[in-house]
Write a protein that binds this ligand. Structure first.
Ligand code: UDX
Length: 439
Protein backbone atom coordinates (compact mmCIF):
# COMPACT_ATOMS: atom_id res chain seq x y z
CA UNK A 1 0.00 0.00 0.00
CA UNK A 2 1.11 3.52 -0.69
CA UNK A 3 0.78 4.65 2.95
CA UNK A 4 1.03 2.97 6.34
CA UNK A 5 -1.49 5.25 7.99
CA UNK A 6 -3.92 8.03 7.16
CA UNK A 7 -5.27 10.73 9.46
CA UNK A 8 -8.74 12.05 8.76
CA UNK A 9 -8.85 15.54 10.28
CA UNK A 10 -5.70 17.63 10.70
CA UNK A 11 -6.60 19.55 13.84
CA UNK A 12 -4.45 19.56 16.97
CA UNK A 13 -4.44 15.81 17.47
CA UNK A 14 -4.40 14.81 13.79
CA UNK A 15 -1.60 17.10 12.71
CA UNK A 16 0.63 16.54 15.76
CA UNK A 17 0.27 12.79 15.45
CA UNK A 18 0.78 12.88 11.67
CA UNK A 19 4.11 14.73 11.85
CA UNK A 20 5.31 12.59 14.75
CA UNK A 21 4.48 9.33 12.97
CA UNK A 22 6.14 10.64 9.79
CA UNK A 23 9.21 11.56 11.81
CA UNK A 24 9.44 7.95 12.96
CA UNK A 25 9.62 6.82 9.33
CA UNK A 26 5.96 5.87 8.89
CA UNK A 27 4.40 6.78 5.53
CA UNK A 28 1.56 9.09 6.44
CA UNK A 29 -1.32 10.57 4.49
CA UNK A 30 -3.07 13.56 6.07
CA UNK A 31 -6.61 14.27 4.90
CA UNK A 32 -8.61 17.38 5.63
CA UNK A 33 -11.53 19.02 3.86
CA UNK A 34 -10.32 22.51 4.78
CA UNK A 35 -8.39 23.76 1.73
CA UNK A 36 -6.99 26.77 3.60
CA UNK A 37 -5.53 24.55 6.29
CA UNK A 38 -4.05 22.16 3.75
CA UNK A 39 -2.54 25.11 1.88
CA UNK A 40 -0.78 26.31 5.02
CA UNK A 41 0.53 22.84 5.84
CA UNK A 42 1.82 22.42 2.30
CA UNK A 43 3.68 25.70 2.67
CA UNK A 44 5.25 24.22 5.83
CA UNK A 45 3.39 26.66 7.98
CA UNK A 46 1.56 24.81 10.76
CA UNK A 47 -1.98 26.12 11.40
CA UNK A 48 -1.47 25.30 15.08
CA UNK A 49 1.13 26.92 17.27
CA UNK A 50 3.22 24.17 18.78
CA UNK A 51 6.90 23.83 19.72
CA UNK A 52 8.97 22.10 16.99
CA UNK A 53 5.98 21.39 14.78
CA UNK A 54 7.19 23.45 11.82
CA UNK A 55 10.57 21.70 11.86
CA UNK A 56 8.94 18.27 11.91
CA UNK A 57 6.51 19.34 9.23
CA UNK A 58 9.28 20.50 6.96
CA UNK A 59 11.31 17.36 7.53
CA UNK A 60 8.43 14.99 6.92
CA UNK A 61 7.14 16.72 3.81
CA UNK A 62 10.62 17.08 2.27
CA UNK A 63 11.41 13.44 2.98
CA UNK A 64 8.03 12.55 1.44
CA UNK A 65 6.97 10.81 4.64
CA UNK A 66 3.89 13.02 4.93
CA UNK A 67 1.53 13.58 1.99
CA UNK A 68 -1.66 15.57 1.99
CA UNK A 69 -5.04 15.23 0.37
CA UNK A 70 -8.41 16.94 0.36
CA UNK A 71 -10.12 13.77 -0.85
CA UNK A 72 -11.37 11.42 1.79
CA UNK A 73 -11.51 8.57 -0.68
CA UNK A 74 -7.69 8.59 -0.67
CA UNK A 75 -7.71 6.95 2.78
CA UNK A 76 -7.96 3.61 0.99
CA UNK A 77 -4.30 4.06 0.10
CA UNK A 78 -3.48 3.43 3.77
CA UNK A 79 -3.96 0.27 5.79
CA UNK A 80 -4.65 2.01 9.09
CA UNK A 81 -7.05 4.96 9.11
CA UNK A 82 -7.07 7.28 12.16
CA UNK A 83 -10.23 9.29 12.76
CA UNK A 84 -9.11 12.58 14.26
CA UNK A 85 -12.05 14.85 13.51
CA UNK A 86 -13.45 17.20 16.13
CA UNK A 87 -16.29 16.36 18.49
CA UNK A 88 -17.53 19.79 19.57
CA UNK A 89 -20.14 20.51 22.27
CA UNK A 90 -23.80 20.97 21.48
CA UNK A 91 -25.71 23.68 23.35
CA UNK A 92 -26.80 21.17 26.02
CA UNK A 93 -23.18 20.04 26.58
CA UNK A 94 -23.52 16.69 24.83
CA UNK A 95 -21.08 15.95 22.02
CA UNK A 96 -21.93 16.73 18.46
CA UNK A 97 -21.14 13.71 16.29
CA UNK A 98 -21.75 15.32 12.91
CA UNK A 99 -18.09 15.16 11.82
CA UNK A 100 -17.69 11.60 13.11
CA UNK A 101 -20.85 10.49 11.33
CA UNK A 102 -19.85 12.14 8.08
CA UNK A 103 -16.31 10.74 8.19
CA UNK A 104 -17.44 7.20 9.00
CA UNK A 105 -19.99 7.33 6.21
CA UNK A 106 -17.36 8.60 3.76
CA UNK A 107 -14.83 5.98 4.86
CA UNK A 108 -17.51 3.32 4.43
CA UNK A 109 -18.19 4.47 0.88
CA UNK A 110 -14.46 4.72 0.13
CA UNK A 111 -13.60 1.17 1.24
CA UNK A 112 -16.65 -0.40 -0.41
CA UNK A 113 -14.91 -1.64 -3.54
CA UNK A 114 -11.40 -2.07 -2.19
CA UNK A 115 -10.24 -5.58 -1.41
CA UNK A 116 -8.07 -4.86 1.62
CA UNK A 117 -8.37 -5.32 5.39
CA UNK A 118 -8.46 -1.82 6.92
CA UNK A 119 -8.16 -0.90 10.57
CA UNK A 120 -10.09 2.23 11.51
CA UNK A 121 -8.78 3.87 14.66
CA UNK A 122 -11.11 6.17 16.60
CA UNK A 123 -8.83 8.79 18.13
CA UNK A 124 -11.44 11.55 18.42
CA UNK A 125 -12.90 11.91 21.91
CA UNK A 126 -16.26 10.13 21.92
CA UNK A 127 -18.63 8.94 24.65
CA UNK A 128 -19.03 5.19 25.28
CA UNK A 129 -21.10 3.51 22.62
CA UNK A 130 -20.14 5.89 19.82
CA UNK A 131 -17.74 3.41 18.26
CA UNK A 132 -20.58 0.94 17.88
CA UNK A 133 -22.41 3.57 15.85
CA UNK A 134 -19.28 4.21 13.80
CA UNK A 135 -19.14 0.49 13.04
CA UNK A 136 -22.81 0.51 12.01
CA UNK A 137 -22.10 3.37 9.62
CA UNK A 138 -19.05 1.66 8.17
CA UNK A 139 -20.96 -1.58 7.62
CA UNK A 140 -23.96 0.22 6.13
CA UNK A 141 -22.00 2.25 3.60
CA UNK A 142 -19.34 -0.31 2.72
CA UNK A 143 -21.52 -3.39 2.68
CA UNK A 144 -18.65 -5.09 4.52
CA UNK A 145 -18.52 -6.83 7.88
CA UNK A 146 -16.75 -5.53 10.97
CA UNK A 147 -14.01 -7.90 12.29
CA UNK A 148 -13.97 -9.77 8.98
CA UNK A 149 -13.45 -7.17 6.27
CA UNK A 150 -12.24 -4.37 8.51
CA UNK A 151 -11.46 -3.73 12.17
CA UNK A 152 -12.27 -0.80 14.44
CA UNK A 153 -10.19 0.13 17.49
CA UNK A 154 -10.32 3.03 19.96
CA UNK A 155 -7.12 4.90 20.78
CA UNK A 156 -7.84 8.05 22.82
CA UNK A 157 -5.37 10.91 22.85
CA UNK A 158 -3.97 12.49 26.00
CA UNK A 159 -1.62 15.13 24.58
CA UNK A 160 -1.47 18.58 26.12
CA UNK A 161 -1.43 21.66 23.91
CA UNK A 162 1.92 23.40 24.07
CA UNK A 163 3.61 20.03 24.54
CA UNK A 164 1.92 18.14 21.73
CA UNK A 165 5.02 16.80 19.97
CA UNK A 166 6.66 15.52 23.10
CA UNK A 167 3.39 14.03 24.38
CA UNK A 168 2.72 12.37 21.02
CA UNK A 169 6.13 10.73 20.92
CA UNK A 170 6.51 10.01 24.62
CA UNK A 171 3.08 9.51 26.16
CA UNK A 172 2.70 8.14 29.71
CA UNK A 173 0.51 5.40 28.32
CA UNK A 174 -1.25 4.28 25.17
CA UNK A 175 -4.82 3.05 25.53
CA UNK A 176 -6.16 0.64 22.93
CA UNK A 177 -9.76 -0.46 22.93
CA UNK A 178 -9.62 -3.55 20.81
CA UNK A 179 -11.70 -6.65 20.20
CA UNK A 180 -9.59 -8.81 17.93
CA UNK A 181 -6.16 -10.37 18.06
CA UNK A 182 -5.63 -9.51 14.42
CA UNK A 183 -6.14 -5.77 15.04
CA UNK A 184 -3.97 -5.99 18.14
CA UNK A 185 -1.08 -7.33 16.09
CA UNK A 186 -1.49 -4.66 13.41
CA UNK A 187 -1.59 -1.86 15.98
CA UNK A 188 1.31 -3.29 17.97
CA UNK A 189 3.47 -3.46 14.85
CA UNK A 190 2.74 0.18 14.15
CA UNK A 191 3.23 1.38 17.72
CA UNK A 192 6.55 -0.42 18.20
CA UNK A 193 7.99 1.82 15.47
CA UNK A 194 6.80 4.95 17.22
CA UNK A 195 6.99 4.51 20.96
CA UNK A 196 9.71 3.47 23.40
CA UNK A 197 10.11 -0.23 24.06
CA UNK A 198 8.71 -0.35 27.57
CA UNK A 199 5.74 1.91 26.91
CA UNK A 200 2.72 0.64 28.81
CA UNK A 201 -0.04 -0.23 26.35
CA UNK A 202 -3.36 -0.64 28.07
CA UNK A 203 -5.48 -3.13 26.15
CA UNK A 204 -9.14 -2.83 26.92
CA UNK A 205 -12.53 -2.90 25.22
CA UNK A 206 -13.54 -0.05 22.86
CA UNK A 207 -16.22 1.21 25.29
CA UNK A 208 -13.80 1.26 28.21
CA UNK A 209 -11.24 3.10 26.08
CA UNK A 210 -13.88 5.70 25.29
CA UNK A 211 -14.69 6.13 28.97
CA UNK A 212 -11.02 6.21 30.02
CA UNK A 213 -10.53 9.45 28.09
CA UNK A 214 -13.45 11.17 29.84
CA UNK A 215 -12.51 9.81 33.25
CA UNK A 216 -8.91 10.96 32.76
CA UNK A 217 -9.81 14.53 31.80
CA UNK A 218 -12.67 14.86 34.28
CA UNK A 219 -10.49 13.75 37.17
CA UNK A 220 -7.80 16.28 36.22
CA UNK A 221 -10.44 19.01 36.00
CA UNK A 222 -11.77 17.89 39.38
CA UNK A 223 -8.32 18.24 40.94
CA UNK A 224 -8.13 21.81 39.66
CA UNK A 225 -11.58 22.82 40.87
CA UNK A 226 -10.93 21.15 44.20
CA UNK A 227 -7.79 23.22 44.67
CA UNK A 228 -9.66 26.36 43.63
CA UNK A 229 -12.18 25.56 46.35
CA UNK A 230 -9.37 25.14 48.89
CA UNK A 231 -7.93 28.43 47.60
CA UNK A 232 -11.18 30.19 48.44
CA UNK A 233 -10.96 28.87 51.98
CA UNK A 234 -7.27 29.80 52.29
CA UNK A 235 -8.08 33.36 51.18
CA UNK A 236 -10.42 33.74 54.16
CA UNK A 237 -7.97 32.65 56.84
CA UNK A 238 -5.11 34.80 58.15
CA UNK A 239 -1.79 33.52 56.74
CA UNK A 240 -3.71 31.09 54.55
CA UNK A 241 -1.78 30.05 51.45
CA UNK A 242 -3.01 27.43 49.01
CA UNK A 243 0.54 26.98 47.67
CA UNK A 244 1.71 25.62 51.01
CA UNK A 245 -1.24 23.29 51.13
CA UNK A 246 -0.56 22.13 47.57
CA UNK A 247 3.09 21.41 48.30
CA UNK A 248 2.25 19.32 51.33
CA UNK A 249 -0.62 17.29 49.89
CA UNK A 250 1.26 16.81 46.62
CA UNK A 251 3.89 14.85 48.53
CA UNK A 252 1.33 12.15 49.14
CA UNK A 253 1.98 9.67 46.33
CA UNK A 254 -1.69 8.73 46.30
CA UNK A 255 -2.53 12.30 45.31
CA UNK A 256 0.55 13.28 43.23
CA UNK A 257 1.76 16.82 42.82
CA UNK A 258 0.48 17.57 39.35
CA UNK A 259 -2.67 19.50 38.44
CA UNK A 260 -2.94 20.95 41.92
CA UNK A 261 -2.32 24.54 40.89
CA UNK A 262 -5.09 26.83 42.03
CA UNK A 263 -5.72 29.69 39.63
CA UNK A 264 -8.43 31.49 37.74
CA UNK A 265 -9.84 28.22 36.43
CA UNK A 266 -9.30 25.85 33.56
CA UNK A 267 -10.03 26.65 29.92
CA UNK A 268 -9.05 25.16 26.59
CA UNK A 269 -10.69 22.93 24.07
CA UNK A 270 -10.87 19.82 26.23
CA UNK A 271 -11.65 20.10 29.93
CA UNK A 272 -14.81 22.24 29.74
CA UNK A 273 -16.10 20.27 26.74
CA UNK A 274 -15.29 16.83 28.13
CA UNK A 275 -16.70 17.47 31.60
CA UNK A 276 -19.93 18.76 30.04
CA UNK A 277 -20.12 15.76 27.73
CA UNK A 278 -19.67 13.31 30.60
CA UNK A 279 -22.43 15.09 32.53
CA UNK A 280 -24.75 14.92 29.52
CA UNK A 281 -23.89 11.25 29.00
CA UNK A 282 -24.55 10.46 32.70
CA UNK A 283 -27.91 12.14 32.39
CA UNK A 284 -28.86 9.74 29.61
CA UNK A 285 -28.01 6.93 31.99
CA UNK A 286 -29.93 8.53 34.86
CA UNK A 287 -26.76 8.92 36.87
CA UNK A 288 -26.38 11.94 39.12
CA UNK A 289 -23.32 13.99 38.25
CA UNK A 290 -23.35 16.57 41.05
CA UNK A 291 -19.64 15.95 41.49
CA UNK A 292 -18.84 17.18 37.96
CA UNK A 293 -21.50 19.85 38.09
CA UNK A 294 -19.65 21.32 41.07
CA UNK A 295 -16.38 21.14 39.15
CA UNK A 296 -17.97 23.32 36.47
CA UNK A 297 -19.66 25.69 38.92
CA UNK A 298 -16.40 26.34 40.73
CA UNK A 299 -14.65 26.83 37.41
CA UNK A 300 -17.31 29.15 36.02
CA UNK A 301 -17.19 31.41 39.08
CA UNK A 302 -13.48 31.28 39.87
CA UNK A 303 -12.63 34.35 37.78
CA UNK A 304 -14.90 36.41 40.03
CA UNK A 305 -12.11 36.42 42.63
CA UNK A 306 -10.51 39.09 40.42
CA UNK A 307 -13.61 41.26 40.70
CA UNK A 308 -13.82 40.79 44.46
CA UNK A 309 -10.39 42.40 44.73
CA UNK A 310 -11.20 45.09 42.16
CA UNK A 311 -14.44 46.01 43.94
CA UNK A 312 -12.70 46.27 47.26
CA UNK A 313 -9.64 48.17 46.04
CA UNK A 314 -10.89 50.27 43.14
CA UNK A 315 -14.66 50.49 43.69
CA UNK A 316 -16.48 51.47 40.52
CA UNK A 317 -14.37 50.51 37.52
CA UNK A 318 -15.65 53.06 35.02
CA UNK A 319 -12.67 54.81 33.41
CA UNK A 320 -10.12 52.81 35.47
CA UNK A 321 -7.11 51.50 33.58
CA UNK A 322 -6.70 47.76 33.99
CA UNK A 323 -3.94 45.72 32.36
CA UNK A 324 -4.10 42.01 31.65
CA UNK A 325 -0.99 39.88 31.20
CA UNK A 326 -1.69 36.61 29.42
CA UNK A 327 -4.64 35.81 27.16
CA UNK A 328 -4.20 32.22 25.97
CA UNK A 329 -5.91 29.52 28.04
CA UNK A 330 -2.47 28.43 29.21
CA UNK A 331 1.17 29.24 28.37
CA UNK A 332 2.98 28.04 25.21
CA UNK A 333 -0.13 28.22 23.05
CA UNK A 334 -2.06 30.93 21.21
CA UNK A 335 -5.28 29.03 21.76
CA UNK A 336 -7.98 31.14 23.41
CA UNK A 337 -10.82 28.64 23.28
CA UNK A 338 -12.68 28.92 26.61
CA UNK A 339 -9.83 31.10 27.89
CA UNK A 340 -10.52 32.78 31.23
CA UNK A 341 -9.10 36.05 29.86
CA UNK A 342 -12.16 36.42 27.61
CA UNK A 343 -14.56 36.31 30.55
CA UNK A 344 -12.51 38.84 32.49
CA UNK A 345 -12.27 41.24 29.53
CA UNK A 346 -16.03 41.01 28.95
CA UNK A 347 -16.85 41.85 32.54
CA UNK A 348 -14.31 44.68 32.67
CA UNK A 349 -15.86 46.18 29.53
CA UNK A 350 -19.35 45.76 31.00
CA UNK A 351 -18.11 47.83 33.91
CA UNK A 352 -16.65 50.38 31.49
CA UNK A 353 -13.03 49.91 32.52
CA UNK A 354 -10.21 50.79 30.09
CA UNK A 355 -8.53 47.51 29.22
CA UNK A 356 -5.02 46.97 27.91
CA UNK A 357 -3.77 43.45 27.23
CA UNK A 358 -0.60 41.62 26.31
CA UNK A 359 0.11 38.04 25.38
CA UNK A 360 3.34 36.84 23.73
CA UNK A 361 1.39 35.15 20.90
CA UNK A 362 -2.37 35.34 21.43
CA UNK A 363 -3.02 39.10 20.97
CA UNK A 364 -4.30 38.68 17.42
CA UNK A 365 -6.75 35.95 18.34
CA UNK A 366 -8.28 38.19 20.98
CA UNK A 367 -8.32 41.08 18.52
CA UNK A 368 -10.63 38.98 16.33
CA UNK A 369 -13.14 38.99 19.19
CA UNK A 370 -12.71 42.31 20.97
CA UNK A 371 -11.31 44.45 18.14
CA UNK A 372 -10.82 48.07 19.10
CA UNK A 373 -12.80 47.91 22.36
CA UNK A 374 -9.52 47.15 24.16
CA UNK A 375 -5.89 48.00 23.40
CA UNK A 376 -3.05 45.60 22.72
CA UNK A 377 0.56 45.93 23.84
CA UNK A 378 3.58 44.36 22.29
CA UNK A 379 5.31 43.70 25.61
CA UNK A 380 4.47 43.44 29.31
CA UNK A 381 6.09 46.72 30.31
CA UNK A 382 4.03 48.81 27.91
CA UNK A 383 0.95 46.87 28.97
CA UNK A 384 1.24 47.70 32.66
CA UNK A 385 2.37 51.28 32.07
CA UNK A 386 -0.04 53.78 33.65
CA UNK A 387 -2.48 51.10 34.79
CA UNK A 388 -4.22 51.02 38.15
CA UNK A 389 -4.30 47.27 38.41
CA UNK A 390 -2.49 44.44 36.66
CA UNK A 391 -4.09 41.01 36.47
CA UNK A 392 -1.94 37.99 35.67
CA UNK A 393 -4.24 35.65 33.79
CA UNK A 394 -1.81 33.22 32.11
CA UNK A 395 1.48 32.11 33.62
CA UNK A 396 3.82 32.78 30.68
CA UNK A 397 7.44 32.36 31.74
CA UNK A 398 8.45 35.85 30.61
CA UNK A 399 6.06 37.46 33.13
CA UNK A 400 7.96 35.79 35.95
CA UNK A 401 10.96 37.98 35.28
CA UNK A 402 9.02 41.15 36.11
CA UNK A 403 10.29 42.59 39.38
CA UNK A 404 8.34 44.56 42.03
CA UNK A 405 10.34 47.63 41.01
CA UNK A 406 9.05 47.33 37.44
CA UNK A 407 5.47 47.51 38.63
CA UNK A 408 6.25 50.43 40.99
CA UNK A 409 8.05 52.32 38.24
CA UNK A 410 5.49 51.76 35.51
CA UNK A 411 2.06 51.52 37.05
CA UNK A 412 -0.11 54.36 38.25
CA UNK A 413 -0.96 52.22 41.25
CA UNK A 414 1.00 49.00 41.87
CA UNK A 415 -2.02 46.84 42.51
CA UNK A 416 -1.38 43.28 41.32
CA UNK A 417 -3.80 40.37 41.12
CA UNK A 418 -1.75 37.26 40.59
CA UNK A 419 -4.28 34.86 39.13
CA UNK A 420 -1.71 32.10 38.59
CA UNK A 421 0.62 32.46 41.56
CA UNK A 422 3.69 33.31 39.51
CA UNK A 423 5.30 35.76 41.94
CA UNK A 424 6.91 35.23 45.30
CA UNK A 425 4.65 36.57 48.03
CA UNK A 426 7.74 37.59 50.05
CA UNK A 427 9.23 39.68 47.25
CA UNK A 428 5.93 41.27 46.29
CA UNK A 429 4.68 42.16 49.75
CA UNK A 430 5.90 45.74 49.32
CA UNK A 431 3.26 46.15 46.60
CA UNK A 432 -0.48 45.83 46.87
CA UNK A 433 -0.21 42.16 46.08
CA UNK A 434 -3.29 39.95 45.92
CA UNK A 435 -3.08 36.35 44.76
CA UNK A 436 -5.34 33.36 44.34
CA UNK A 437 -5.44 31.35 47.54
CA UNK A 438 -3.46 33.85 49.58
CA UNK A 439 -5.08 35.02 52.83
C1 UDX B 1 -5.96 18.61 28.47
C2 UDX B 1 -5.43 17.29 29.03
O1 UDX B 1 -4.38 17.56 29.96
C3 UDX B 1 -4.95 16.39 27.92
O2 UDX B 1 -4.53 15.14 28.46
C4 UDX B 1 -6.07 16.16 26.92
O3 UDX B 1 -5.61 15.39 25.83
C5 UDX B 1 -6.60 17.50 26.42
O4 UDX B 1 -6.98 18.33 27.54
P1 UDX B 1 -4.88 20.85 27.50
O5 UDX B 1 -6.29 21.33 27.31
O6 UDX B 1 -3.89 21.03 26.43
O7 UDX B 1 -4.88 19.29 27.85
O8 UDX B 1 -4.32 21.64 28.76
P2 UDX B 1 -3.87 21.34 30.27
O9 UDX B 1 -2.41 21.54 30.38
O10 UDX B 1 -4.40 20.05 30.75
O11 UDX B 1 -4.58 22.54 31.04
C6 UDX B 1 -5.97 22.74 30.97
C7 UDX B 1 -6.38 23.94 31.80
O12 UDX B 1 -6.23 23.67 33.17
C8 UDX B 1 -5.54 25.21 31.53
O13 UDX B 1 -6.43 26.31 31.46
C9 UDX B 1 -4.64 25.32 32.73
O14 UDX B 1 -4.31 26.65 33.04
C10 UDX B 1 -5.52 24.71 33.82
N1 UDX B 1 -4.75 24.15 34.93
C11 UDX B 1 -3.93 23.09 34.72
C12 UDX B 1 -4.89 24.68 36.21
O15 UDX B 1 -5.64 25.65 36.44
N2 UDX B 1 -4.19 24.10 37.23
C13 UDX B 1 -3.37 23.04 37.06
O16 UDX B 1 -2.78 22.58 38.05
C14 UDX B 1 -3.23 22.52 35.76
Amino acid sequence: MEYDVAFVGLGYVGLSSAVCFADRGINVLGVDIDAKKLGMIKKLNSPIHEKNINELLEKSIKKKKLSLSKELKDVTKAKIIFLTVGTPSRKDGSIDLKYINQASKDIGIAIKNVQEYFVIVVKSTVVPGTTLRIIENLEKYSGKKNSIDFGVVVNPEFLQEGNAINDSLKPDKVVLGINSEKDKKIMFNLFKKIYRKNLPIVYTTPSNAELIKYANNSLLATKISFMNYIARIAEQIPDGDVEEIKNAIGMDKRISESFLNAGLGFGGSCFPKDVKALIAFSKELNINSDILQSVLTINDTQFMSVFNVLNKELGALEGKKISILGLSFKPETDDIRDAISLKIIKKLLDKKAIVKVYDPIANNNVKDIYGKSISYSSNSESCIKGSECCIIVTEWKEFKSLKPKDFIRLMKRPLIIDGRRIFSKKKFNKLEYHAIGLG
